[in-house]
Design a protein around this ligand. Structure first.
Ligand code: NAP
Length: 482
């Protein structure tokens, strides 16, 4: 794979208008992986104009033809699964096997939305008077600006562009500055799949606020589809309000993971490890952020959980048995370490981990030990904030109503998990949790067929499911007088 990359604009590979470049580094080693153009607002404008030009033709194609391009892209991503996974491990740091699973998951969005493209139905509506006919159409919104984070460099991209392209929109993607390579590779495969020039464009660069502003300022951009922090989401929403651009947001989370006294404790301990630690070392929006254990079973659950956490293997992503890779940057490492230190100073106890790892090869990267904290209280920042790292704060509770109230007592509302063997409890708690996604005895159950997204300050709109394509459609009513 070559080391010098270009921006993908209007079907061509071009340098940044400014002529600037930026380095992409591997967070496991600090070493440079590649150079990419440092795109700026001029490049965004060029890309938006290319998309606006390509849009009418793409929108007018029968859905079946758009679907064919998406299915070829799916096949090419499948063929290049290992190449894409290698890029992800290089630029994001996550273990290679985890990256391979991500690529497979990300790729399947093209299959799902290629099928959904053919089912964007309109309606014929009974008119209130005899001499009229009424119908309702769904049409693509237009040019979409997609802004994505670094934690899932493939999935965050495909979950937006697959429905947008299927709907007939043209897209300009701005991936995170830390992980531009996977996105550019998807651009390359889009072209190889026969995607028309300008329908999908990728602009990368490190001046994210300026790039975002260029999207907000451009009248041809009809929608901003953003995944990232709640803080940046709010800023984009305020900017989008000026020209009433549509928005859909997938933002931060603070997921509770509840273990009730009747739970299968082994399954619960395994589930907690899977959803807390085994997704990008805890740097995922749907990671368990707070673990609540019913007090009567805490003595049995905690040792089982802690033992599994201690056994996790932290290593650079290309080591064959790596399970936990590095954190993405110094800022996140500092935040995670700071949350643990503060909690300990306030009385929490470290049951596992609790420190940065620097032995041997780990010393070159940003590795933090998988950590379990007990004796945590709600008012501690480690329980209130989104941790975004491999730290599990554990708290106990006594009643169902109490844990539901404590779980809901947050501005976030993305995902929640609980374990119980009582079906009445399962239904009652699933309905009471104010979260967009709830896993019952199933912490990794999210899949393409169901909508992904959050309530409250965790987001607006949904991705995936049959709902995902609606986010990229306008509704038009037509009234015909006979
Ligand atoms: P972030 O700082 O908000 O960045 C997300 C994206 O926005 C990146 O492409 C970033 O570019 C860009 N960006 C940053 N500031 C911007 C601005 N002023 N205008 C326009 N774009 C801007 O978030 P992050 O720290 O990378 O990602 C972690 C956050 O994403 C967490 O809160 C996590 O929960 C959330 N997340 C949510 C979901 C979900 O589906 N709900 C999924 C994954 C992650 P640069 O990185 O180059 O600055």
């Amino acid at each position: 794979m070559e080391n010098a990359w270009r921006l993908f604009i209007g079907g061509a590979w071009v340098e940044a208008a400014s002529g600037g470049w930026m380095a992409v580094a591997n967070p496991a080693t600090g070493e440079p992986v590649a150079e990419v153009p440092d795109g700026g607002p001029d490049d965004v404008r060029r890309a938006v104009e290319a998309a606006a030009e390509a849009f009418p033709h793409w929108a007018a194609l029968p859905a079946l033809e758009r679907a064919r391009v998406l299915l070829r892209l799916r096949d090419l991503m499948t063929e290049h699964r290992d190449d894409l996974a290698r890029l992800i491990t290089q630029e994001n740091g996550k273990p290679f096997e985890e990256a391979r699973r991500e690529v497979a998951f990300a790729t399947a969005y093209f299959g799902w939305f290629a099928e959904e493209a053919r089912r964007v139905y309109g309606e014929i509506v009974p008119p209130p008077v005899p001499h009229k006919r009424l119908w309702v159409l769904r049409q693509p919104i237009g040019v979409v600006a997609a802004i994505t984070p670094w934690n899932f460099p493939a999935t965050m991209v495909t979950r937006k562009i697959a429905p947008a392209l299927a709907a007939g929109c043209a897209v300009v993607l701005k991936p995170a500055g830390a992980t531009p390579l996977t996105a550019l590779m998807i651009g390359r495969l889009f072209a190889e799949a026969g995607g028309p020039p300008g329908v999908f464009n990728v602009v990368v660069g490190r001046r994210s606020a300026e790039l975002g502003q260029a999207f907000l300022d451009h009248p041809a951009v009809r929608k901003i589809a953003f995944t990232g922090s709640t803080e940046v989401g709010k800023r984009l929403m305020a900017g989008a309000a000026r020209s009433l651009k549509r928005v859909s947001f997938e933002l931060g989370g603070n997921a509770p993971f509840i273990v009730f006294d009747d739970a299968d404790l082994k399954a619960a301990a395994e589930g907690a490890v899977a959803i807390k630690f085994l997704r990008v070392a805890g740097q995922s929006c749907i990671c368990a952020n707070r673990v609540y254990v019913q007090e009567t079973i805490a003595d049995r659950f905690l040792p089982a959980f802690t033992e599994r956490v201690r056994a996790l293997r932290v290593a650079p992503g290309f080591e064959p048995d790596a399970q936990i890779g590095p954190l993405i940057n110094d800022e996140i490492l500092g935040k995670v370490a700071g949350l643990v230190e503060e909690a300990v100073a306030q009385g929490a106890r470290v049951a596992a981990g609790g420190k940065r790892l620097t032995d041997g090869a780990l010393g070159r990267g940003l590795f933090y030990a998988p950590t379990v904290l007990t004796g945590v209280r709600e008012e501690m920042a480690v329980a209130r904030d989104e941790i975004f790292g491999p730290v599990a704060p554990v708290m106990t509770f006594s009643t169902d109503d109490e844990v539901i109230a404590r779980s809901n007592n947050t501005t976030f509302g993305l995902s929640a998990y609980f374990y119980t063997r009582d079906i009445r409890r399962a239904i009652r708690v699933a309905e009471a949790l104010e979260y967009g996604m709830v896993g019952v005895n199933d912490p990794t159950g999210y899949t393409h067929e169901i909508p992904f997204g959050g309530m409250k300050e965790s987001g607006l709109g949904r991705e995936g499911g049959h709902q995902g394509i609606e986010e990229y459609m306008e509704i038009k009513s037509v009234s015909l007088s006979l």
